[in-house]
Design a protein around this ligand. Structure first.
Ligand code: EPU
Length: 347
């Protein structure tokens, strides 16, 4: 295990923001994860687990503890295809989009709508990554993780992960307790693609015939590109952490109140249990922030209102100030409290 000191974190984040980690370790094996956690404990240091850095806002002062980058690699596939399923055991440090590409090549359905999402496999169960009608919760079979409290490896079934919209036990009640090292996904060989999302249906309707998994994944990438949600070198619109706020899930009463506060009827999506998901992007626009809005070097993406971006040399402080102004405007206008989506480090 190689411990580095004062390692700049900005290059490890899609925002390109953040000061140094006081200590930094890249773990390539489960033993190294354990060793790093023990080292942090012995030194009385806080520990932060870094994956792909695509959902992070790191403080300008950095992190005064140990940053553990999970670098475990490898994908193992079940030789025997059980009735209608194929299992992939994927090390947490694998690139998520690379894994999606592989499953599509293998003609296995289940994650094709999650193409083009930046980050690593280990982060997917933590925030229950979801997009275009799919969520990893529906294909995760098991999560293996290091338990810092018990100092041992443990495994969770999907039911034990406590998945909900952008939520799991790993980012809620057990936040910071586990280091995810492997995720097992159960996919469907020869399965049909998921075509639930209106945007996606629209894009694919043009081609006529029933689309293949590869066509759906390609369409998702095109939509993401158009929204600045695909990483493209040198494009400031994607220097972000994806969606900066969660879409608020509200009651019918609250929807009525929002409608009364606006000339336009709010777009709405069913969220189960009689609840409604309102697009945070729409609320933000109605509250006066348009695409391309700038506050110093921080800004709103010119292609999607929900992405706050680093226009070049932005500080975490500037991003947070813009986020604060946006949330305050939405609160004043609609009485709805927006919740931030990225993980804040050292803030
Ligand atoms: N909208 C606007 N203005 C915009 C963009 C969107 O008003 O600039 C409204 C429209 O009414 C649109 C609705 O918002 O129909 C939904 O927009 P979109 O399909 O782009 O989805 P989103 O709600 O902005 C969510 C996820 C994304 C995910 C997409 C696609 C959250 C917080 N975000 O975004 O996930 O890729 O749906 O499924 O749930 C992420 O979490 O970082 C992320 C990118």
């Amino acid at each position: 295990m190689r411990v580095e000191e004062n390692k700049p974190l900005a290059p490890f984040t899609t925002f390109g923001i953040g000061g140094p980690a006081r200590w930094f370790v890249e773990a390539a094996s489960e033993d190294e994860v354990m060793e790093a956690a023990a080292w942090a404990r012995a030194q009385g240091l806080a520990l932060f687990v870094l994956g792909g850095g695509s959902n992070l806002l790191v403080s300008d002062d950095g992190f005064d503890g140990l940053v553990l980058r999970v670098g475990l690699r490898g994908v193992a596939v079940d030789d025997v295809e059980r009735a209608g399923e194929k299992n992939y055991r994927v090390a947490a440090g694998e690139d998520w989009d690379g894994f999606v590409e592989r499953t599509v090549r293998d003609q296995c359905a289940g994650v094709e709508c999650l193409a083009g999402i930046p980050g690593t496999v280990g982060g997917t169960p933590v925030q229950n990554v979801g997009a275009y009608g799919q969520e990893v919760a529906s294909v995760i079979k098991r999560v293996r993780a290091f338990d810092r409290e018990q100092d041992a490896y443990v495994e969770f079934s999907a039911a034990e992960c406590g998945f909900a919209y952008r939520r799991s036990r790993f980012n809620a009640e057990d936040r910071a307790r586990y280091v995810v090292t492997r995720v097992d996904y159960r996919l469907t060989p020869g399965g049909a693609p998921t075509l639930r999302y209106a945007d996606l249906q629209r894009v694919l309707a043009e081609s006529g015939a029933a689309p293949s998994l590869a066509e759906v994944a390609a369409a998702v990438r095109r939509i993401r590109l158009a929204k600045g949600m695909l990483l493209v070198e040198g494009d400031a619109d994607c220097r972000s952490a994806g969606s900066f706020f969660k879409n608020p899930v509200v009651s019918e009463d609250e929807v009525r109140r929002v409608a009364e506060c606006s000339e336009k009827e709010p777009p709405r999506f069913p969220a189960g249990d009689g609840k409604v998901k309102l697009p945070a992007a729409w609320l933000i626009e109605q509250a006066g922030f348009s695409k391309g809005y700038a506050l110093g070097a921080a800004g709103v993406s010119s292609r999607h209102t929900l992405a706050l971006i680093n226009r070049g040399g932005a500080t975490a402080r500037e991003i947070l100030e813009l986020a604060r102004q946006i949330a305050a405007a939405v609160e004043v206008r609609f009485g709805i409290e927006l919740e931030m989506e990225p993980v804040l480090v050292g803030l």
